[in-house]
Ligand binder design. Structure first.
Ligand SMILES: C[S@@+](CC[C@H](N)C(=O)[O-])C[C@H]1O[C@@H](n2cnc3c(N)ncnc32)[C@H](O)[C@@H]1O
Length: 253
């Protein structure tokens, strides 16, 4: 079961559970989501996605799954990094986010490389061992059962392929962690209200991080699901972490 604070739990209960709360929230902010990402990170989110895509270590024709693809920015980055032979399936349970993504794909003429489908990251609609890589960006915090989400990614990966996950994290330096939490707790909800017209949605960002496992703990969870060679890379003073794990070549490895 995913952790939550009493304050968060109250919001989830109001909407009939965390999945509905999360879906409603992203439905409300879909149209300003890309703009807010750029404003909040000063454009660094693009660099983080690029690094994430590179960690998939794909070669040539590859089938990739992007969990919680939203407006498709990570899916598009994977195609850009790995070339035109790449096919990315992006799944998300918020139709409004996918709609923004579809417009973007059309404008870029990349509909043949990226398909966007409704799907649930905790119950993937794909057969075992269907993908050469699975990735996600800023999604894991939103799952209700994080362990189930990680096990599902393991299941659909081919042996030897990688799960790569970019997520906001707890900076390892206590001073930076203090500054970062201040930024997320005080400033971001106000910017969210001004730019995105939603204080609550951007307040959720900080609240959901507070109960999310730190990078070493997330690494352990990936190992418990069966991944090997699990490591993580802090980026930008540790405000985000990129976790990488490999599905063993054989069950006994
Ligand atoms: C912060 S956005 C990230 C979007 C995109 N990955 C990016 O890099 O900008 C999180 C997305 O995850 C989706 N999401 C959250 N939980 C999900 C779940 N259980 N199944 C599918 N999508 C989910 C939300 O609908 C939302 O679009």
């Amino acid at each position: 079961m995913g952790a939550s604070s009493p304050e968060l739990q109250k919001l989830f209960d109001r909407d009939g559970g965390k999945p509905t709360y999360v879906r409603n929230m992203f439905g409300r902010i879909a149209r300003v989501y890309d703009l807010m990402n750029g404003v909040m990170t000063g454009g660094l989110d693009r660099r983080w996605r690029k690094f994430t895509a590179q960690q998939l270590a794909l070669k040539g024709a590859a089938r990739v799954l992007d969990i919680g693809t939203g407006t498709a920015d990570l899916a598009l980055t994977v195609v850009k990094e790995n070339g035109a032979e790449t096919h990315v399936t992006g799944i998300d349970f918020t139709e409004e986010m996918l709609q923004v993504g579809r417009i973007k794909l059309q404008k870029m003429g990349l509909q043949n490389n990226v398909e966007l489908l409704i799907g649930d990251g905790e119950n993937l609609q794909f057969a075992d061992e269907s993908f050469n890589g699975v990735c996600s960006a800023f999604v894991m915090r939103n799952l209700t059962h994080l362990d189930r989400g990680i096990r599902e990614q393991f299941r659909v990966l081919q042996p030897g392929a990688r799960m790569v996950c970019l997520e906001i994290t707890h900076p390892p330096s206590p001073i930076l962690a203090g500054l970062f939490h201040l930024y997320f707790d005080r400033l971001i909800p106000v910017v969210g209200k001004l730019v995105g017209k939603s204080f609550e949605s951007y307040n959720y960002l900080h609240q959901s991080l507070a109960v999310f496992p730190n990078a070493p703990k997330l690494k352990q969870m990936m190992e418990s699901a069966g991944f090997v060679n699990v490591r993580y890379y802090y980026r930008t003073f540790g405000v985000v972490a990129v976790h990488v794990g490999e599905k063993p070549q054989t069950k006994t490895e």
